[in-house]
Design a protein around this ligand. Structure first.
Ligand code: ATP
Length: 218
């Protein structure tokens, strides 16, 4: 088997910002992905309800992804009001793309360190690879020692030495890739909006303009 993997980036995207977009671009290039599906969450089990509406979050992602054929918006979760788990989304994607297609669940190091709290988290490895984008200055190798024991064991067993493994099997590996540290978060962007501060250059101009036009996060 040697098939370009499909990347999956879930998140609240409230709003989508350059940290998400750079994470996706680095993963696309470093892991030779065929495409990346951005999957905004509906009512996330771990988090409070988003501030912007589902339609507004979709609009902002559409604007951010426009012109990039490799970045795809996937709306399957956003209108769900019941807790919608990543394991269910991956199961659906696996059914659509077949058993041989490599899938790569993308996430930042901060999200990976909480993976053991996700619903049926060990099943994720049967459905997908996991690509952890570690930010320069925040190496996962340092923090994994203090992580949950079961998570650390999975990490050590599944760690892949190179991205080539992602094309050779459909699921089961953990790959750690580097990305520049962009200290951008949706929380910080919302706070800046509430304080009437400028948010340009933290996210695409079209998204910043949309936020201003619709008076979001004020
Ligand atoms: P919030 O501040 O509302 O918690 P967020 O900015 O962390 O939101 P999410 O939608 O929760 O954004 O993130 C989705 C994914 O993107 C997660 O895997 C997270 O680790 C990753 N991510 C978010 N911001 C960055 C960033 N600046 N650099 C790299 N990865 C990021």
């Amino acid at each position: 088997m040697n098939q370009a993997p499909i990347g999956i980036l879930g998140g609240t995207f409230d709003p989508v910002h350059n940290g998400h977009l750079r994470l996706a671009q680095e993963a696309l290039e470093q892991c030779n992905l065929a495409a990346i599906h951005f999957i905004p969450s509906g009512t996330p089990p771990h988090r409070n309800a988003p501030h912007a509406s589902a339609i507004q979050r979709l609009d902002m992602i559409r604007l951010a992804l426009q012109g990039n054929a490799a970045f795809v918006l996937d709306e399957r979760e956003i209108y769900r009001i019941d807790p919608c788990y990543t394991v269910d989304t991956l199961t659906a994607l696996r059914a659509e793309h077949g058993m041989q297609q490599p899938l790569c669940l993308l996430m930042g190091g901060d999200a990976f360190l909480l993976l053991h709290s996700w619903h049926e988290w060990k099943s994720l490895f049967e459905l997908s690879h996991i690509v952890v984008m570690q930010r320069v200055g925040h190496p996962l190798g340092n923090t994994i020692n203090g992580a949950n024991d079961a998570l650390r064991d999975e990490y050590r067993t599944r760690l892949a030495p190179s991205p080539r493994i992602l094309c050779d099997s459909p699921a089961g590996a953990i790959l750690v890739a580097d990305m520049p540290a962009l200290e951008i978060s949706a929380t910080d962007i919302r706070k800046r909006c509430a304080e009437k501060k400028n948010i340009h250059y933290l996210l695409p101009d079209v998204v910043a303009d949309y936020i201003q036009l619709h008076h979001l996060y004020t």
